[in-house]
Design a protein around this ligand. Structure first.
Ligand code: ASP
Ligand code: MG
Length: 448
């Protein structure tokens, strides 16, 4: 049984400065069901910390970066005076930050420790902002409950251990308190700090919501929900009022930047409603993501993911033979390569791989290509974009006329439809993809 509690998460821009934090505190003050508050690092801080881990920086540059992080905190502290308990923890955290930043080279574990300081610092400040509004708020170190493996930089949560620790240590505190905790960070079995990957605070919020059996998780960001496409690309992009878990998961994986792609997993697994709204404009509404609420058939959004690689493998020997696909996928999997789209014919197969900057497998290794070349002819094409139409019960039949007409204007490299009723994907040349998305949005989504 889920409780009545809500977990609220505030992203970097929502806690960027004192006025932003104050607006977020009002949102919590107005909603007595919010008991766990997950904060990101203030905007810009994690980027500075990433540079600090990159070892290219010399001593003077490191000092500059440390100062830039401290300046962001100080600008907030100029309007805030910390209670003794928070001041002590905050100062201690700064001492740890400075001493780690003084080291010229960091281990993978120390890099995660470094990346954790943004969230650790912002959570002290935000707790005080809540206290100043009269709320009974405390800061809570999420590393005592959010347990992960030790893949530093992109750790995976241990769902069971997290649930157990949260029930023991977090839930008993929630009756009469609001707890402010950190997104993005966790700890391994030895208690060493880990991180969930960039943008991971959304995921943290959903994991904590699952662990405390919350009713809902509210993701407060700088846009009023999830849009039908990137509003920077199409002025007529509009926020979507309701999405099903499946649709939202597809949108996040296929490039909508609003939510970390893993966020929907715990929510959908545990039936926790997700709300996405703007902390600048909480009255403006937002997007609700819930189980099977959005069953009306149709296309709801168009997204794009750039930097895709298309791999075409052809083997005339395989005509009427079996095991071609099995052989290919065995090799790809041995090289830890995750495949997105696949289309096949009797003797050839085309697959797409993600080459995005933060993809776990940025380069297609030569060794892998060599192994594949032993039994097939391999062609690699770069600079492609995966465009995805997302919705419910997408059938070519319904949209046939319009969709085919729109697509016929472009040079489509590969098309995938049928495996999921929630998407129709295709590849286009990267240099055209913005235009493709704009055109599809205009013809298929703006008229609706
Ligand atoms: N602060 C982290 C980042 O910038 C995590 C997050 O904000 O979600 O990636
Ligand atoms: Mg984010």
């Amino acid at each position: 049984m889920n409780s009545q509690y809500t977990v609220a998460k505030f992203g970097g821009t929502s806690v960027a400065d004192y006025p932003a934090m104050h607006r977020c505190a009002q949102i919590i003050n107005d909603d007595s069901q919010v008991r766990v508050v997950v904060v990101s690092a203030s905007a810009g801080v994690t980027n500075h910390l990433v540079t600090l881990t990159q070892q290219k920086a010399d001593e003077a540059q490191r000092q500059q970066l440390v100062q830039a992080v401290i300046d962001i905190q100080n600008a907030i502290l100029a309007q805030l005076s910390l209670d003794a308990d928070l001041a002590q923890g905050f100062e201690q955290t700064l001492v740890e930050f400075k001493s780690l930043a003084a080291l010229p080279a960091l281990s993978a574990q120390q890099c995660d420790e470094m990346l954790s300081f943004g969230e650790r610092l912002s959570s002290y400040l935000f707790t005080q902002v809540l206290r100043n509004l009269g709320l009974n708020a405390d800061r809570f170190d999420v590393r005592t409950v959010l347990k992960t493996d030790n893949r530093f930089g992109k750790a995976s949560p241990d769902i069971e251990a997290t649930a157990k620790a949260a029930q023991q240590r977090l839930v008993p505190l929630l009756d009469d308190k609001v707890l402010v905790t950190q997104g993005f960070i966790g700890s391994d079995v030895y208690g060493q700090t880990t991180t969930l990957g960039r943008g991971g605070s959304d995921y943290s919020a959903a994991l904590l919501a699952e662990a405390i059996h919350a009713k809902s998780v509210h993701i407060w960001t700088d846009v009023v929900g999830i849009f039908s496409t990137d509003p920077r690309l199409c002025v007529k992009a509009s926020p979507i009022a309701r999405l099903s878990f499946d649709e939202a998961a597809e949108m996040a994986t296929f490039g909508a930047k609003v939510l970390h792609p893993a966020t929907i997993l715990p929510a959908s697994r545990s039936g926790i409603a997700v709300f996405v709204g703007s902390s600048r404009d909480p009255q403006a509404g937002g997007t609700w993501i819930e189980r099977e609420k959005s069953t009306a058939p149709g296309i709801r959004a168009v997204t794009q993911r750039k930097n895709q690689i298309l791999l075409t493998l052809k083997s005339p020997e395989m005509l009427l033979a079996s095991g071609f696909l099995a052989r290919i996928f065995t090799i790809l999997s041995a090289h830890n390569i995750s495949v997105d789209l696949v289309t096949t014919s009797e003797i050839s197969v085309a697959i797409t791989l993600d080459n995005a900057q933060n993809a776990s497998r940025p380069e297609l290794e030569q060794a892998c290509l060599d192994e594949l070349s032993e039994f097939c002819h391999v062609t690699v094409e770069n600079n492609l974009t995966l465009v995805a139409l997302i919705g419910s019960e997408i059938q070519l039949k319904q949209h046939e006329m319009n969709l085919m007409k729109v697509l016929s204007e472009f040079n489509i490299r590969l098309i995938c439809h049928g495996a999921s009723k929630h998407n129709l994907c295709f590849l286009v040349e990267q240099s055209h993809s913005d235009h493709v998305v704009q055109s599809i949005h205009e013809k298929l989504l703006e008229s609706a």
